[in-house]
Design a protein around this ligand. Structure first.
Ligand SMILES: [Zn+2]
Length: 722
């Protein structure tokens, strides 16, 4: 699904030249319906991170040697989640769902003169227990006329929201069973799940009827088990009969069209497993055409249905479709379009509550996407065919998997079209959308509160950033090439092809493929709310053989967010004539790291390649939060200026209280000078040695400075010039 279009008051005329502003509104009911069909809310345990403060002795000093490469160490997992039950075991445990849907066939007839229709839905199912003689379907705002099984009458009742069927005879576990439900929808029924608009309503040129049902409104147009995790394994038939000046489109391939007695029936067949919310139809006075997408030696049709007045716009608005199919189907990206043996299609309707909806093989889009174009939206819905349709979220707690993947996909396509700077400005805008939304409505992207499943900032923008950051954690950061992260994505796709998956399934595949423990990542980014808010302070200092940069990183994260995000971070250190990017692990907050560099640093950038969904400020100077000596485990010595003429400053830092002695030797081993400093506390100390004044009268040359602090010995080099 893609961003909703704000209902404008007064609604714009379609011939208005200016593009309507896109904005999200929440059209979901305030309370999500809860009934016996809903899954038990088995939420994984999340370790409370908010009060955790790492003990000081866990801090490790990390020096990343230039030329050695980027450090890629990762913090240990902070917790484990119990695995969710598999879809099939959910079926077995669900007391009202002792069956497995195999196939839906819908035969629906409407005149399009009203929202009324008459229909038959044949449901093929397999009982999952013996003595199966009654079962329940979701069924709302529809009227059941009769139910038959192989011609035999079955009885039924219609408690609120459901159709309870009593079969003519019991069936055994594993038997195949087909039940025909004859039903109708009355004129005047409110638009929901099934939408009908008369010609002239809001200026539309033709009457239109269509379905759009995510997350669980399929029950408003056909009786079904309306949860995403019971896919009809054998697919669906959707046969729509309308007056013969109209036509209809639906999932899969158009088997045939029959015209008789002023009526026309389009027979659509889809043969892949499908969730109810991905089944669809649309009927109006469409013009339709198809193009061919060539892939290797084979081809696939792409079919379009729009109103005739929009067909010229459509040719240009849909102009990148084959490029998008090429892009996503690339072997190093997602692999071949998953319904290549059938088709891809788009149908444009209006009025429409969404921008687009990724019905399997037949996306329904808002008419504005035809008139004004929306490459992002069209790419997003196409990518859903892999992520959402081929692999479907197990339930709506996991909706971020659908939308995060699709949103990241339209960003990748945007990169492909507009380059890196365009991509970065797009994801920056979406980060801001998330920050704004999180400020007023904080919640994790996993298991969003009722009514917030389709929050733009969270379910789309943050979830896409989570994909981006997983790619970063995987080390798959070379643009535009696609490496191991995309291999893992394809493995995830192959593992759950035409099936359902949840967050833990995704994590497990990633961990196996990447060889990483990602428990900490999912804890912090998926199961927790918020994002890191970093304060970065840095300072450089000269050492005996070069320079080093001290970096303090503190996190001041929002209430309810993890106190520490353990994302490895990257900094770029610049000096005259060079720079380097260093990635290092984050263990705690605040944290101090020291990095050697070959020349005097001039600037430090945090997250220079924009891999983190964060807010940060960078300042020159170390933060005062640190205790003296905090962040080091061994004494450190630096000497400056180096080389020196009249005065050398011997600076050293101690991890704790130590008995300290400083000695200066010539290269021949002769002791030149000795300083007994006595017992000194942890932290930084400085000794200014004016050897001209104290009689040492140092000759030009190289000297060794030795710092002895308790049992630790550190040496440095001092160059004396005239
Ligand atoms: Zn979407």
């Amino acid at each position: 699904m893609n961003e909703i279009l704000r209902p404008l008051a007064p609604r714009p005329r379609l011939d208005q030249p200016s593009r309507p502003s896109l904005r999200l509104v929440d059209s979901r009911p305030a309370e999500r319906r809860v009934n016996a069909f809903d899954l038990a809310a088995a939420r994984p345990r999340i370790e409370s991170l908010t009060s955790r403060r790492e003990p000081v002795n866990r801090i490790i000093f990390v020096a990343v040697l230039l030329g050695v490469g980027i450090a890629q160490a990762f913090p240990p997992s902070e917790g484990k989640h119990p695995l969710f039950p598999s879809p099939r075991s959910v079926v077995d445990r669900e007391s009202t769902h002792h069956y497995d849907v195999r196939h839906y066939r819908i035969d629906l007839t409407t005149s399009l003169a009203s929202g009324a229709f008459a229909a038959r839905c044949r449901i093929e199912l397999t009982p999952r227990r013996d003595n199966f003689d009654t079962f329940s379907l979701h069924f709302v705002n529809l009227v059941c006329d009769s139910i038959r099984r192989e011609g035999n009458t079955c009885t039924f009742t219609t408690p609120s929201g459901r159709l309870l069927v009593t079969l003519d005879q019991p069936h055994a576990n594993g038997e195949s069973l087909a039940v025909d439900v004859y039903y109708h929808r009355n004129a005047g029924t409110a638009n929901r799940g099934y939408y009908w608009y008369a010609r002239g309503n809001q200026g539309i040129p033709h009457a239109v009827a269509y379905s759009v049902t995510q997350p669980d409104d399929s029950r408003y147009w056909f009786p079904c088990f309306d949860q995403p995790w019971d896919k009809a394994e054998r697919g669906c038939l959707v046969n729509i009969t309308v007056p013969d000046s109209f036509s209809a489109c639906a999932n899969g391939v158009l088997d045939s069209t029959r015209v008789s007695g002023g009526w026309r029936t389009d027979y659509w067949r889809h043969s892949r497993p499908i969730s109810t919310y991905l089944m669809c139809f649309a009927a109006s006075r469409f013009t339709d055409w198809q193009i061919w997408w060539h892939h290797g030696a084979d081809s696939m049709p792409v079919r379009y249905y729009v109103w005739p007045t929009d067909s010229v716009s459509a040719v240009s608005s849909f102009g990148r479709m084959t490029d998008m199919l090429d892009f996503f189907s690339a072997p190093d990206r997602y692999g071949l379009y998953p319904f290549f043996d059938e088709k891809y299609g788009m149908v444009a309707v209006y009025p429409y509550p969404w921008g687009g909806m990724e019905h399997q093989t037949m996306t329904t889009i808002h008419r504005y996407w035809v008139i004004y174009g929306s490459d992002n939206g069209i790419a997003h819905e196409l990518a859903h065919q892999w992520w959402g349709d081929m692999v479907t979220c197990l339930d709506w707690r996991n909706i971020w998997l659908n939308e995060g993947f699709a949103t990241y996909s339209d960003q990748l396509y945007y990169y492909h079209r507009n380059g890196r700077s365009g991509f970065l400005s797009l994801i920056r805008r979406r980060a801001d959308d998330y920050f704004n939304e999180e400020a007023s409505d904080p919640h994790p992207i996993y298991d969003p509160p009722p009514g917030h499943e389709f929050d733009w900032g969270h379910t789309y923008c943050k979830a896409a950033w989570v994909q981006h950051m997983l790619r970063y954690v995987a080390g798959d950061t070379s643009w535009p090439n696609h490496g191991i992260f995309f291999e893992a994505l394809r493995e995830y796709g192959d593992s759950f092809r035409y099936a359902n998956a949840n967050t833990e399934d995704y994590r497990r595949i990633l961990e196996r493929r990447l060889g990483l423990d990602l428990g900490w990542f999912f804890d912090e980014w998926v199961y927790s709310l918020g994002y890191p808010n970093y304060t970065v302070g840095w300072q450089s200092r000269e050492t005996t053989d070069g320079w080093e940069v001290v970096v303090d990183l503190a996190q001041n994260n929002m209430s309810g967010a993890p106190a520490v995000f353990h994302m490895p971070v990257e900094i770029r250190i610049r000096w005259s004539g060079g720079d380097t990017i260093i990635r290092y692990p984050v263990e705690t907050s605040p944290q101090r790291n020291v990095f050697p560099v070959p020349a005097q640093p001039t600037a430090l950038e945090f997250d220079p390649n924009e891999w983190l969904l964060d807010q940060h400020s960078v300042q020159v100077g170390l933060t005062s939060e640190f205790d003296p000596g905090f962040g080091i485990s061994r004494p450190r010595l630096s000497i400056g200026p180096n080389p020196c003429r009249r005065l050398a400053r011997l600076e050293f830092e101690l991890p704790g209280t130590r008995d300290v002695r400083l000695e200066v030797f010539g290269l021949d081993g002769r002791l030149v000078r000795s300083f007994d400093c006595g017992l000194l506390s942890g932290g930084r100390h400085s000794l200014a040695w004016n050897y001209a004044e104290d009689g040492s009268d140092l000759a030009p040359g190289i000297y060794i400075v030795r710092l002895t602090a308790g049992a630790d010995v550190t040496t440095g080099r001092l160059a004396k010039v005239d």
